[in-house]
Design a protein around this ligand. Sequence first.
Ligand SMILES: [Zn+2]
Length: 166
Amino acid sequence: MPEVKDDQYWMQMALEYADKAEAENEIPVGAVVVKNGEMIAAGWNRSITCHDPSAHAEMIAIREAGKVVENYRLVDCTLYVTLEPCPMCAGLLVHSRLSRVVFGAKDAKTGAAGSIMNLLQHEQLNHQLEITAGVLEEICGEKLSAFFRRRRKEIKAAKKLKNGST
Ligand SMILES: [Zn+2]
């Protein structure tokens, strides 16, 4: 039976790219761009690796998608991302004229798709995107929580080692 390529299917794909970020010790966020039922680009968080504060998963995926369609407008495209976009990425998504954004976990600290602000549907901007929130939310959120738990543990262990205590 062919797999149904629904929102959950593509979010699962974005989660696989989040794993690539995690393998590089980056905060595990992944993104894919889909057009006409096909994935045309993907990205994962690479800020630390690239020494680039703008190297968020969405940013990388959108840049790649633009090259693929040879257009700076990504009309009729949907972005799937495991974490709610930040204001920087939300701005990019408006510029790119994406039709729709689907995200997994909410980001209470920097989320710009409804959590701290809603840049994607700001009335005074010239383009608004359709938003679907909370697809595979628990899996996306748990991946991030587990990452931060592990990192806190590692930092604690490193401090102990440095202080010579056991
Ligand atoms: Zn971002």
